[in-house]
Design a protein around this ligand. Structure first.
Ligand code: ADP
Ligand code: GLC
Length: 493
């Protein structure tokens, strides 16, 4: 990895969030919590990543951790206290501190349901600040990710204001506004022990009966970022704002978008041990065919490397545009096309894709599960990757696909719009195929355009494969932008 060493002084940053690869990951948040700290330590930062010590973390990682201490912490409005243990491990200069409490973190994968998750992340947010004081490691910035760390800025400016960590500045990064941590006001008052004045409309009050953890965190954060410029604009509109567009518009001067990257060591087709035939830009066209055949064999598809193979690697939720895929599935498929789906989630999508597999044996595979190794093989073996999302704060699968020379077909929203330049036939330019409105016919049109290019103008297709592999999807540039933000904040009074 080559980064320009920043001239700025060393920054101390505490990342606080609910998941981080390889310990626990359900989606892109886990990737970012892994990759961005690694990029930042190359930019003169000291980074600690604070996570819950979930029971579902694989034993091999637990075995590597060392016990750093423990204490009791008060949490609830009735003064109820809880055990806080600290388990620590270090990987590539990033320190990972896991907060241990069996009552909260023994269940779930890692999430359970809001009723249990709300108390669990109230505890986690407060304990994250408490351990920084306990470890006597005071960051310049506490960088909080999504609603699970949403209370951190509120605790920082209230209960912790007069403690050493109180001098830190806070950033909240929105990875997905869909999830906010909303519950009854009394429930949250009890579990947070936070003062009543925070349960007013400008802060946590959501309605006469409900409070919203994320809303409060956004109000109290010194800066808000989200994971693409387009999503930063979109969330100030009612369609994308998930009920908080007015709140975000009000706070717009402290809101900005910094697009995600991916870890280019973790995602490297030339060294990827999971692939049948690793490849670089020069060998991609040939080797991707070998990977395609291996994928077809593994998944029970007809082995034929002239087939146009479309992959979809995704949480199966309505965010991901799967209604559009379902609406045109029969038209998508023809004698030249195979479709591979890897995902889990909403049963209605799981069942629909299982049905399409059974009705089209040998041409469709619906692999309904979470499987890292298969994800790598799909990114390598497919020709195109479909990401037709209804909304997409950034999206990482299109970045991984490009890095693996697999052409993305995306809807122009959020980070998909910011990272995939549409194919430009006149200049033989662009990275993929795109469509704008959320309409099934437009998705179908984009897939047909891609397939036509693949079948009829293979040299141009191969040019695009190489262009995609050449594109910089690393964290280098975006890590610099975060660093500039840290510097700016740290220099403010
Ligand atoms: P989101 O965070 O909304 O789920 P992203 O595109 O940001 O979407 O990130 C998804 C990440 O999760 C990628 O690393 C992708 O490879 C991975 N992923 C999603 N579903 C699966 C699955 N079923 N098996 C393996 N990896 C998956
Ligand atoms: C969220 C978003 C996704 C983004 C990821 C990492 O889960 O849905 O678009 O890439 O977070 O920021």
């Amino acid at each position: 990895m080559s980064f320009n060493q920043s001239a700025s002084q060393t920054r101390r940053v505490a990342f606080i969030g609910s998941e981080c690869y390889p310990f626990v990951k359900t989606g892109g948040l886990g990737d970012v919590m892994y990759a961005l700290p690694r990029a930042l330590v190359h930019q003169n930062c000291e980074v600690r990543v604070i996570l819950p010590y979930y029971n579902c973390i694989p034993q091999k990682f637990k075995d590597e951790m060392v016990y750093r201490g423990s204490f009791m912490m008060d949490l609830c409005s009735d003064g109820r206290t809880f055990y806080v243990g600290i388990m620590e491990t270090v990987k590539d200069d990033v320190i990972y501190d896991f907060i241990d409490n069996r009552e909260f973190f023994d269940w779930g994968n890692p999430y359970t349901g809001l009723w249990e998750d709300i108390p669990k992340y109230c505890f986690f947010s407060k304990a994250s600040l408490a351990i920084l004081n306990y470890l006597d490691w005071i960051p310049d910035i506490v960088h909080c990710h999504d609603w699970q760390a949403g209370l951190v800025p509120l605790y920082l400016r209230t209960r912790f204001a007069e403690t050493p960590v109180g001098r830190a500045k806070s950033i909240v990064t929105i990875h997905n506004l869909r999830f906010q941590g909303i519950c009854g006001i009394e429930h949250l008052k009890y579990w947070t022990g936070l003062p009543d004045y925070l349960y007013d409309y400008p802060v946590m009050k959501q309605s006469e009966s409900d409070a919203n953890m994320f809303k409060g965190g956004l109000a109290y954060a010194d800066r808000i970022t989200t994971v693409s410029r387009t999503y930063a604009e979109e969330i100030q509109t009612s369609f994308y704002g998930e009920g908080l567009s007015g709140h975000l518009y009000y706070h717009r001067t402290k809101l900005s978008g910094i697009v995600n990257g991916i870890d280019v060591e973790q995602w490297n087709s030339a060294t990827d041990k999971l692939l049948a035939a690793p490849y670089d830009m020069n060998t991609a066209v040939e080797r991707k065919r070998e990977n395609k055949r291996a994928l077809q064999e593994q998944l029970g598809l007809t082995q034929d490397d002239s087939q146009f193979v479309i992959g979809l690697v995704s949480r199966l939720t309505d965010q991901k545009g799967l209604d559009l895929v379902n609406a045109v599935f029969p038209e998508l498929l023809d004698e030249n096309t195979q479709v591979v789906i890897l995902g889990t989630g909403d049963p209605r999508y799981e069942d629909a894709f299982r049905y399409y597999e059974s009705a089209n044996k040998g041409r469709v595979c619906a692999y309904i599960s979470y499987n890292e190794a298969l994800a790598h093989r799909i990114y390598a073996g497919a020709d195109a990757l479909l990401v037709p999302s209804l909304f997409e704060p950034c999206g990482l699968t299109q970045l991984i696909a490009m890095r693996y020379g697999t052409v993305p077909i995306v809807r122009e929203t959020g980070g998909l719009k910011d990272t995939v330049a549409p194919y430009d036939a006149e200049n033989n330019a662009g990275n993929g195929f795109t469509f704008d409105r959320y309409e099934a016919d437009l998705l179908l049109g984009a897939v047909l355009d891609a397939r036509t290019l693949y079948l009829e103008q293979r040299e141009r297709w191969d040019d695009m494969v190489r262009r995609d592999m050449e594109k910089d999807v690393s964290w280098a540039n975006s890590a610099n932008q975060y660093l500039a933000l840290y510097d700016e904040l740290a220099s403010e009074e």
